[in-house]
Design a protein around this ligand. Structure first.
Ligand code: NAP
Length: 468
């Protein structure tokens, strides 16, 4: 939506947005699991050119963020450009044009293609023996069925990431029994300042004074930036230490020493994406909650069997097992300028130039591509920097000044060599298994400060690109 708004503002109306879903909002359209909120303050999770305070709390429920997306789409007249329930299956570059095909057999050509497909999209179904043999309800959090009634049910949850820590507190009082199957403990930090309400009086004030709203959002982003940078680049380790102390304080509130020990991670905070929750530990201490740390042996018709031979009989199994983060826009079949497939180009690991373009794939731009800063920062903010950067390149084609633009392989090599040099020293490579790591064990995120990425997205150095 951000790309489309900027293209429309520049007068480009020959634009089609292909959307797989029935409505706008991406992750906020498809995710419906109980407890879903955004752990970035909502006011800071808005476009810089369309700040909003129409939220009930600092971290509101998912539907308020979806409503924001719908408002933006309506306000900027995007619906007339969107083809809903249209999934792109193939994109092929030939003669300075992209031929895009949809899964229903339709096709179209385009001078430029922007892949804004997100990263939390292809569900990760765990490779557990017997998964399909379960006779109860098996559900992934990313495809929640809102009609599912968990009242009085015995529920098993697999996975202890950000999704689990939101889901468990939201369902614990409904279910008869909840068993959480934990493979790896996560650091859970408290929300500083909790999740305060935004009152109608406050909203009214902010509506009347958009400059305060902007200042408020800037302040929130600044605070997150300091935390993200602190974890990543503060060589004194002060931020990590402070977060660790806050996490430890919360862990200390767990009264059962066995559970406390089981919930204590054995790696540095920030190595996996940090989780913020005030409600997860209290929920896990309720009488009907059980933490299971024995590995899963298999899933059977009646429940989950652990490696110690125990069978947990269950009515519902919830997979909070996340996403295939390294798919990016795949399974789309993408063919570049020599007929090469993206699957082959990325066979040894996903890479891009500055997170936004791939050599050999001219006029194809990505939002949140490989090595984009993806940690605890606002993705909307990062996407805006990327959009503003690559539209300067796309403009050369759209204005007819160039037939094509693609990153120069030498510049890409240099850029990726620099990343490879810097990533092994980062917190993500400090000794944990996380989705940040690619198949080579290297973190696929931006290894510098938030500001350094923002600066790198100011304006393209044309020497890094082949412009035909
Ligand atoms: P996730 O962080 O990838 O966590 C997946 C969990 O499933 C991990 O605990 C993992 O264990 C476990 N798992 C995977 N395969 C397993 C298997 N075969 N057996 C046992 N356990 C298995 O997924 P997520 O919680 O859905 O979160 C994904 C991302 O979504 C987040 O990091 C965040 O970027 C985003 N998110 C954001 C918000 C927000 O508020 N902004 C909320 C929810 C999600 P291991 O740790 O051992 O691999």
């Amino acid at each position: 939506m951000g790309c489309a708004i900027k293209l429309l503002e520049a007068g480009h109306r020959n634009l089609v947005i292909y959307e797989k879903n029935k409505g706008v909002g991406g992750t906020w359209e498809t995710n419906r699991y109980p407890g879903l909120t955004c752990d970035v303050p909502a006011i800071a999770y808005t476009y810089s050119f369309e700040r909003s305070c129409e939220f009930s709390r600092q971290y509101p429920a998912w539907n308020e963020i979806r409503a924001y997306c719908q408002m933006v789409s309506d306000k900027y007249g995007l619906k007339e450009f969107i083809q809903f329930e249209k999934e792109i299956s193939e994109a092929t570059y030939s003669n300075d044009q992209w031929l895009v095909k949809t899964s229903d057999g339709a096709s179209d050509t385009a001078d430029i293609v922007i892949m804004a497909t997100g990263v939390l999209r292809n569900l990760n179904y765990p490779d557990i023996e017997g998964l399909s043999s379960f006779e109860g309800t098996l559900i992934h959090t990313g495809r929640w069925d809102e009609s599912l009634d968990l009242k009085g049910k015995r529920v098993g949850v697999i996975g202890t990431g950000a999704t689990c820590t939101q889901l468990v507190p939201a369902i614990i009082d409904d279910v008869e029994q909840l068993v959480l199957f934990q493979r790896t403990a996560q650091w859970v930090a408290p929300f500083e300042g909790g999740n305060p309400m935004i009152t109608e009086a406050q909203r009214e004030h902010l509506r009347k004074h958009p400059e305060y709203l902007q200042k408020l959002a800037d302040g929130m982003l600044d605070k997150i930036e300091k935390i993200v940078d602190g974890i990543l680049i503060d060589t004194t380790g002060k931020t990590t230490q402070r977060i660790r102390e806050q996490c430890d304080e919360r862990l200390a509130e767990i009264t059962d020493p066995v559970m406390r020990n089981q919930l204590t991670p054995d790696y540095e905070p920030g190595c996996k994406r940090l989780i913020w929750s005030e409600t997860f530990y209290p929920a896990m201490q309720k009488d009907n909650a059980q933490l299971e740390t024995n590995g899963i042996e298999c899933i059977e018709a009646n429940g989950i069997r652990t490696q110690n031979g125990d069978l947990h009989e269950l009515d519902v199994i919830v997979l909070a097992t996340g996403y295939k983060m390294h798919d990016y826009m795949r399974p789309m079949k993408i063919k570049g300028d020599q007929g090469q497939l993206l699957d082959d180009t990325w066979a040894q690991g996903e890479f891009a130039h500055r997170g936004i373009m791939i050599p050999g794939y001219p006029n194809l731009f990505m939002v949140m591509g490989p090595n984009s800063p993806l940690t605890n920062f606002s993705v909307i903010e990062v996407a805006e920097w990327q959009i503003s950067y690559f539209l300067q390149l796309a403009d050369l084609v759209l204005q007819g000044k160039a037939a094509s633009v693609a990153p120069n392989p030498e510049a890409v090599q240099k850029f990726n060599d620099q990343l490879k040099e810097r990533t092994p020293g980062t917190i993500w490579a400090s000794g944990c298994n996380s989705y940040y790591l690619d198949q080579n064990g290297l973190p696929n995120v931006w290894p510098g400060s938030v500001a350094s990425y923002r600066e790198s997205m100011q304006s393209p150095d044309l020497n890094e690109y082949i412009i035909k």
